[in-house]
Write a protein that binds this ligand. Structure first.
Ligand SMILES: C[S@@+](CC[C@H](N)C(=O)[O-])C[C@H]1O[C@@H](n2cnc3c(N)ncnc32)[C@H](O)[C@@H]1O
Length: 213
């Protein structure tokens, strides 16, 4: 994805990832924190908060971030252990951008079903005009058991338009953009799952770009 820093172009673009205006950027379901770490290196004027319910994969990177700058330390990074269902109140109205890349488990379920509590939780941490980027990658064959376990509906254009988007709107988000990312677009995302899923060119990767209203 091309570099973007201009707010006016950003509004109508799916190039939110990595290149942001100055502010607080929150990555939910951050996994091993790769996106947060790389983005914080590239954008020293932003402050990055990586959040995940499971902090085990974050152990290495969070230690690295606290080192001296010459040894890979980053003063503009914070990792927080929290579930999206219960985000800390200290984050209320702080996020200028929220990213959610390749959610799984309860995070995936909440986003695909438009869970009211989770959407309210996300909306609660938004600063005015906060942008939200959600990238969901599902392979109907490979992920069959997870789809069945979570009882997920198919993310069809009809479902998106008539069921899901109205829920996001009710929760206080305007939909700026939505669609399917091509393999060449999503494989460039600087996250570990974008790299792990490289073999799955048939994976349908749906993106939504929202703005808090
Ligand atoms: C497939 S990984 C993606 C990690 C990272 N975003 C990436 O692209 O590499 C999904 C992440 O969502 C986290 N997750 C699942 N349910 C969650 C929840 N309810 N709240 C917060 N994080 C959650 C998991 O712990 C996991 O790290």
């Amino acid at each position: 994805m091309a570099a973007q820093s201009d707010n006016s172009t950003r509004k109508n673009s799916k190039n939110l990832s990595l290149h942001t205006a100055e502010g607080v950027v929150v990555d939910i379901g951050t996994g091993d924190g790769r996106f947060v770490y790389r983005s914080a290196q590239e954008n020293p004027n932003n402050f990055y908060i990586g959040i995940d319910a499971n902090t085990k994969p974050l152990e290495k990177i969070s230690m690295k971030a606290t080192r001296k700058i010459a040894k890979g330390g980053l003063p503009n990074v914070l990792f927080v252990r929290a579930a999206v269902e219960n985000l800390p109140e200290e984050l209320n109205e702080t996020a200028d951008e929220i990213h959610i890349h390749f959610p799984w488990g309860s995070l995936l379920r909440a986003l695909i079903l438009g869970d009211e509590n989770v959407l309210q939780s996300l909306r609660r941490i938004c600063a005015p005009d906060c942008f939200v980027e959600i990238v969901i990658g599902i392979d109907e064959e490979r992920d069959k058991s997870e789809i069945e376990r979570l009882k997920l509906p198919r993310l069809s254009p009809n479902y998106l338009e008539n069921v899901l988007i109205p829920k996001y709107e009710t929760a206080g988000f305007e939909i700026l953009e939505k669609g399917i990312l091509s393999f060449s677009d999503w494989s460039k995302l600087e996250t570990s799952w974008a790299r792990k899923l490289q073999g799955g060119e048939n994976r349908q990767v749906t993106y939504l770009i929202l703005q808090a209203t």
